[in-house]
Design a protein around this ligand. Sequence first.
Ligand SMILES: O=C(O)CCC(=O)C(=O)O
Length: 386
Amino acid sequence: MNAPRHPTGVDFGADEAEMQRYQAEGLERAMNLGNRGPIRFIGEGALHPDIVEAYWRCGFYVFDGVLKPDELADIEADVNALRTRFPTHRGAELDAQGRPAMGVNNQAPTLFWSKPLGDPFGGTNAAAGRHPVKMSEPKAAADAPEEIVYLTLGSLQFSEACLRVYGHPEVLGVAAAINGDDFVPFNEALFLKEPGLGASVAWHRDGVTHWDDPAWDQGSHGFNFMAQLYGCTPANGVWVLPGTHKLNQVDIAGMCAAAGSDRLPDAVPMVCAPGDVVISNRQVVHGSFANTSPDWRVTVNFGFHRRRSVLGVAGGGIHNAPTIYDAERIRRRARMIGYGIDARRQRFPDEKPFAYKPHVESGETWTWDDAARADVHDYNLEDLSI
Ligand SMILES: O=C(O)CCC(=O)C(=O)O
């Protein structure tokens, strides 16, 4: 999969040289972490201990070459089609072809807009104020659009290729190995980081419910998978402060103040080839810079939790209405795993489908068909957001 390149003519201005140095040094640190390689299982579903060790040591691990070219081509086709369906501007009802635009009939949060190269969340109270510091916002080109869509939530209802990634047997095997066979969904997103336009995501860590829990540990708020369509570079990828998922308290504002900028000294970029899938602990400090580079990043992002982190817990209220997550709520939300597995079985019939233990035990089966397509409208109203 060749990533489309678009020279942008924009950069970080007076900070550009410092940014280039930071990226080169970060890349070197990243390549020395020892947290990348193919997915490897030993025995019945256990992840190779080297992977488990490196994931828990660093807070992320890069799995090489998980998605193959045919699957990447499907994702690319879906993403291209989906982008034609965005509203012409924030609040518009129609897309550029005059069709009812994507998201206009959704109640759940769907499309997120930013000014080009902007940072919509940093330094605001949005999302429980978890992005305390605004990132640098380079000046966009004079002909850039006023706003762009950089994030889509509830993405599995808009892209069957993304739904099929969600049902990937080895990826779900990793979820079971890390979060237990009864792992449960979190949410799903598509991050679009367009050359010369893509917004930053300010330094933050996810998770709003378990920090004061006496049973809190490094895995309490689960993880996200980040599957890369075109790969990612230090310029457009997510950066991570390795090991911070183990800390109960961090002071992101203090770290930026000490660094004198948003370039946190010990951070490393996730660097991936097309088809790589990162597992990233939600508690690790992470963020991404505005994309002034010529390279696209498209991330198919989907998270999972331990069941015990969610059952009976009052949801954090960031992604949908706060409520207590009971067994029925979890059962309903986990149907997306069943649909993903079946959608994948239909497209890749030679692959052994993943057996999701809660469905095996309950005997429930999920078929991806037209009724299911209708059923998943606004499914993310029921995200398990902790
Ligand atoms: O993809 C990005 O730029 C940010 C991802 C992120 O913050 C997350 O998955 O929590």
